[in-house]
Ligand binder design. Sequence first.
Ligand code: PLP
Length: 453
Amino acid sequence: PSHAPLTNRSLVEIDREHLIHPVAPFRGHEQHGVNVLASGKGMWLTDANGREVIDAFAGLWCVNAGYGQESIVEAATKQMRELPYATGYFHFGAEAPIRLAGKLAELAPQDLDHVYFTLGGSDAVDSAIRYITHYFNAIGKPEKKQFIALEWGYHGSSSTGAGLTALPVFHRGFDLPRPWQHHIASPYPYRHPAGHDDAAVIASTVKALEDKVLELGADNVAAFFCEPIQGSGGVIVPPVGWLKAIREACTRLGILMLVDEVITGFGRTGPMFACDAEGVSPDFMTLAKGLTSGYVPMGAMLMADHVYQAIADSTAPNVPVGHGFTYSGHPVSAAVGLEVIRLYEDGLLANGAKTGERLAEHLARIASHPLVGDTRGRGMLGAIELVANKDTKAPLNPSLDLGGRLSRLTWDNGVVVRCFPQGVIGFAPALCCSTDEMDVIFDRVERSLDQLL
Ligand code: PLP
């Protein structure tokens, strides 16, 4: 690294030498540098050179309310002025996190009455693993310590959660998964042997879960974790009815179910939570991203009442349950969360549902493009899977780095999408997106696909 004074170095140079980016290829980052983003308004981002691009991915599927929403900025500013920090430790609390916990309990599926606030999704998942461990110790079943999740799943980057994540890049070099972390096949319709026979796909996951629980011993299995739609694995959309069938299987097998709604929560798939669409009430739910629309960091772990009561009953009144962060329930984040939820209820969810129909129309149309093998989505979440051969579904040759090329092409054409390494392009626009803006997104993506050919 250069030790020249900071003032003599460009932003890109300082970044290259000092900032470790999330999931970055270290040497690649040194070579290519980054596109520095400077400001945003609604669906639009402006980079440090003054160039405007449309953001079809809401930052990292989080800015659900869009950029530059003044009322969110005001809510944060007001809270910072009045009380920028309040601990939830000891006998203290503050209004905003208390109100937000109440609001989440009201909105969430029936039994999820108790909220623990985190800084994002990874520590929400990690907190759930800790509380689940505590719960089974509390009810006298300390041998129930095995966890099962799905292939292609993503549950964050914490030292424990990254092992339930099933994307190899999060395991490589990190000694994961751990021996108590297991994975079963994903309900990935396009690549599933049962194809688009919904009932068969659903039955296959139920059978895989039953088999895994049998193999590990029902007395040893604590919980099953899943996303309602697998986001970071490439927007993998299970058939309708899948989540409900898995809920029933978990109950039958005597294991807890955690639904990770970090991406799907807060209107991303239409309703407030993806669980709502199937009337599913899990034992745990994890939330982040849309909770504060990305304006400030915050996540939440929701715990069902029966779990809470069991932990409470097993602990003497003056003995703390030892899990807590300095910034759990941060008042500024909570004030932002309350305002963001007000915006969702005040029209953003409805607009997302309407524009989501336009997204579905575009996905259906683009399916005939020679490079497109599959399109899928729900609400304001969608994906295109590119293939080398539409008949055989042969994936694109990863050595051609088409994902990297497509990232650069789409950026050059003025649109931000997420290009997954296996040749999937993901869409997750803000819920404030208009139908015209959705047309702009697809116009620019299609131009990029044509240039890739
Ligand atoms: N769980 C899911 C389903 C996610 O998509 C993510 C992030 O993308 C996480 C957990 C981790 O959240 P965070 O990046 O806020 O730690």
